[in-house]
Design a protein around this ligand. Sequence first.
Ligand SMILES: [Zn+2]
Length: 527
Amino acid sequence: MAGTAAVGAQTAAPFLPPLDRVLPPAAEAVYRAVAPRVDTRDAMDIVTTIAPHWRLAGNPAFDRSLELVEARLRAAGIATHYDTITSASQGWEMRDAVLRLDGPAGETVLSMAQDRVPLAINSFPTPPGGLTARLVDVGPGTTAAHYEGRDVTGAVVLADGAIGPVWNQAVKARGAAGVISTQIAGYTQPATTPDVLQWGAIPYAAERPTFGFKATPRAARRLRERLAAGAVTVHVTADTIFHRRPVRTLVAEFPGTRLPDERVVLVAHVQEPGANDNASGTGTLLATALALQAAFADGTLPRPARTLTLLWGDEIRASDAWIAADAARLSRVVAMMSLDMTGEDTTQTGGTFLIEKAPDPTAIWARPTDPHSEWGASEVDRALLTGTFLNDLHLAVALRRARDTGWVVRTNPYEGGSDHTSFIKAGVPALLNWHFTDRYYHTNLDTIEKVSPATIGHVATIVATTAGFLAAAGAPDIAPLRALLATARDARLASERALDAPPEILEAWTRWYAEAIASAARLAAAP
Ligand SMILES: [Zn+2]
């Protein structure tokens, strides 16, 4: 997920009609077939192995992660291949990074060994022996005004603003040697988590080989403590490499039997340094594939009528490349789901499992029953507001799982920021399986002990169920699916009337559900 922040206030009970009670019989059958076959051991092996590494498209950790997943898929008899995509990623890898006070033997303030991911993506290596420079505190550091009367040429600049704008002001505009940003989101609870930092990136600039650090609250306090006592020198060692390998997407397919050109697409991004974001999604998609394969292999489920396509790759870029590669193929995609942050142990991370819905009226009008996540609302183009069967079908399946296990399921309005965005913009019904607010989101503390195998099991079960149902569905499934949608529509309109919603919103829902109910015809077996 990429980052923004705005808070959605919950002022009414979440809109969660008991749709699990009207699940189409064929979906119930798929659920019963896959639920006992979801085995999270392979997924947890993958998550445990790749979580400690900073995977970036085109770097060794990224490629190794794809190869590990591929090996498990092939061992289960699932066909795989790689697509190679164009990507701006430089295949950056951090090998070591240390920021010290005073000199090469001084006190360590930030380091890879201590803080895991303190160095900003695209930082260049320092000269042999490292670099010593003045430390200059510029406050926010994001505008010219913050530099008035300050000479930062050749210095290391300490700032509170976002690292990109600070780098542009301090390095690009004023010739600083590097930057340190203390910026961090409030939901990471920095006041009580002194060793947390949110990793970041500086612009790739070969003509200006510099570096950036993200600071923990403890490091920021220590640097400012020293500055309060007088001039400060810091010593920086950054050992990095740009591998610039071709960027690959791992593709696994269950070829459709009757409608091979029609597809259901599932995507998990692999890049980023987090255990939950997104080693967990990488593993959950594997567990989904293995559970479906097990049910197909022992005949509990017939081979799918439509093709199931699973992608592991570079977030957004892998999806955009797959979409752009074949317009005819795209036009026959029935639905897509993204798996991004699907393993949270919410007793540690906070937050809940969320289905981020394909755009519906809650993406345009704030509804107290459907609050946005703390990740934040974005401006949604009304043209994207097309009724679909997908949101309520997947919610019904998730509530079915919650009924069996007590699992907590919520939804949030469309916000964007993961692979579902690419498909929605391309006109494909798509949604996101994720968790928020995860207090460790994009931090150095998003580590393996925050991952719950049980959560991975829940998400793999519901994704396998919805995808398995859609890949097999035909004309007989349209009526029960429409009945589910009609139940959801009636519950929604009743909820809105209870909220005294204005006519505009009631009309929007009525239109949206008319489209959603009509869209179920998409599942009729086209020749
Ligand atoms: Zn992510």
